[in-house]
Design a protein around this ligand. Sequence first.
Ligand code: NDP
Length: 287
Amino acid sequence: MPAKILDGKAIAQSIIEELKQEVINLKKQGVVPGLAVILVGENPASKVYVKNKAKACENLGIYSETLLLPESTSQNELLKLIDKLNQDNKIHGILVQLPLPNHLNTQNIMEHILPEKDVDGFHPVNLGKLVMGEALFPPCTPQGIMEILKRTSIKIQGAEAVIVGRSNIVGKPVALMLLQENATVCMCHSKTKNLEEVTRRADILVVAIGRAEMIKASMVKKGAIVIDVGINRLNDKLAGDVDFKEVSKVASEITPVPGGVGPLTIAMLMKNTLKSAKLRNSTVLKI
Ligand code: NDP
């Protein structure tokens, strides 16, 4: 039997509907959540992501500012802009679209955003809280993966979870979140020996590598849950890191690309922005 499709688009849509109601409630109490998105340079994929984030805000009734800066922007200019947004009461979330041009120090920029406005969850304070199991703003893509698993009632506790890819924005945080939910977690990367042997143990296999269709059916246990984070261009089409056609013959449930993890990432950004607005106004709000 072919694997059941884990429909990320539908899950994201139902989350957006829940959030819409929350925005209405907040606005009734005089609070308008606000998000600022900064893009430096002309990266075409980043431009699309930034546009989609602004669209999502508009759809939800969240105030948003998109700040488009030239490629030549200096570190100091960017830090000054973040200072301004840190002080701006209309703004509850600040997101700097990555990757930044090479002349900018990404880590330094991320650390300049106030942790309480770091809705991407990349500030060391927020990553530290995540390690301690007390995440304030869980990073959006890993949080989206957890939503897919939870909202489709996939059993995480006791499951053997294997993650391929150890980036700070996907692999490492999702490993921590799965651990927090009592999975037995194993992380793989480019230096892992006998990758296939490890991935074949997974009840839940999360793949975030950035190589089109690298995970083949022979690398997946029969009946496994497969979460494909990858977004790659292959023959002019979008493709995941998992060979969907082949792997869906052995997995029990699988996310497609597109329409799997991607839509959840933006939904979680909206969720974190609302959370930030609620926390800032917690003394006056009745929710
Ligand atoms: P990175 O490039 O930061 O990390 C890739 C990871 O994959 C590294 O840890 C690397 O190992 C590992 N890797 C590379 N080659 C191999 C290999 N042959 N075998 C095993 N491991 C390997 O990528 P990201 O985490 O940022 O992104 C991964 C993918 O997810 C990309 O396609 C990206 O576009 C997509 N993505 C999708 C999002 C969404 O919303 N759906 C959001 C973010 C990312 P090592 O550390 O040893 O180099």
